[in-house]
Write a protein that binds this ligand. Structure first.
Ligand code: NAD
Length: 296
């Protein structure tokens, strides 16, 4: 059996078209969605990701504002820039591209972002909302995975979902989202003993470890849905995921390719969250403009 390929690029394209329409409607109503991106330093991968994000904004009609700082910028300057963006009435989302240089305290930076503009969903408030199932801005990568599962018609409820990787930006929020949808969730990480013993039980296997070739065919249950979040650059310049695609696709029921799987969805979900934030701004505007309370 050869797995059905879940084409993230195609799913993202359909979603972006829909989002462009929503952005046009919001803009016509005077609430044009706006996203601010802060980039510190000149890490080539970060530049590439920021480029993808601003291009996605252009494609969907979201106004984007890029603020670039040198790698040795004082932490205070970054916090001050965030403070200004928090106050800006036409900025709905603020994103700080990670990783940050070591002298900048990531926790301070994430805490400085207004929770109502935290479109990456990394502020403690939004993490807490995710824990209690009251998500406001779902973190973009797991959000994208969730929509990919939906697009392929994969039922989550009651399934064994195994996640390989337990980072704050992918593995942990992914686990919470699947738990919210009533999957039985296992989270594996670098200290997990006998990884295959866990992965073989997965109906849905989500891999985000950053280790090329980590998941091979014998570790995968026949007919499972395999989502490869990993992005690894090999010495020959090719980009691969964490799953040995060629062998696993002969065993899985569904599989995402790298590139062209989760990556395009992550960027697209940033647009989704920015639109969500603009809608909240629009609702607040209506609420504030409604003075019937005072007239009553
Ligand atoms: P991270 O380094 O923060 O976390 C990696 C996790 O994998 C850790 O929990 C670690 O314990 C676990 N791990 C490492 N080696 C392992 C092993 N041998 N067995 C089991 N678990 C192991 O990484 P991250 O930021 O979560 O990213 C993970 C991968 O996903 C990277 O390749 C990254 O480039 C990619 N990524 C892709 C997207 C996307 O949009 N497609 C978004 C974010 C991250």
């Amino acid at each position: 059996m050869t797995a059905t390929i879940i084409d993230g690029k195609a799913v993202a394209k359909v979603l972006r078209k829909k989002y462009a329409q929503e952005v046009a409607e919001l803009s016509a109503a005077g609430v044009a969605p706006g996203l601010a991106v802060i980039l510190v330093g000149d890490n080539p991968a970060s530049r590439l990701y920021v480029g993808n994000k601003t291009r996605a904004c252009q494609e969907c009609g979201v106004r984007s504002h890029l603020q670039v700082f040198p790698a040795d910028v004082p932490e205070f300057d970054v916090l001050q820039a965030i403070g200004k963006l928090n106050q800006h009435p036409e900025i709905d989302g603020i994103l700080v591209q990670l990783p940050l240089p070591a002298h900048i305290d990531l926790r301070k930076v994430l805490a400085a972002i207004d929770v109502d503009k935290d479109v990456d969903g990394f502020h403690l408030y939004n993490v807490g909302a995710l824990v209690v199932g009251n998500t406001i801005f779902p973190p973009c990568t797991p959000f994208g995975v969730q929509l990919l599962l939906d697009s392929a018609g994969i039922e989550v409820e009651g399934k064994n979902a195994v996640i390989v990787g337990a980072s704050n930006i992918v593995g942990k929020p992914m686990a919470l989202m699947l738990l919210q949808r009533e999957a039985t969730v296992t989270v594996c990480h670098a200290k997990t003993r006998d990884l295959a013993q866990h992965t073989i039980l997965a109906d849905i296997l989500i891999v985000a470890a950053g280790r090329p070739g980590l998941i091979t065919a014998p570790m995968v249950r026949q007919g499972a849905c395999v989502i490869d979040v990993g992005i690894n650059k090999l010495p020959d310049g090719t980009t691969v995921g964490d799953v040995d695609f060629d062998s696993v696709k002969e065993r899985a029921g569904w599989i995402t390719p790298v590139p062209g799987g989760v990556g395009p969805m992550t960027v697209t979900m940033l647009i989704a969250n920015t639109i969500r934030s603009a809608r909240r701004r629009a609702a607040q505007k209506t609420y504030l403009a409604d003075d019937s309370f005072w007239q009553a």
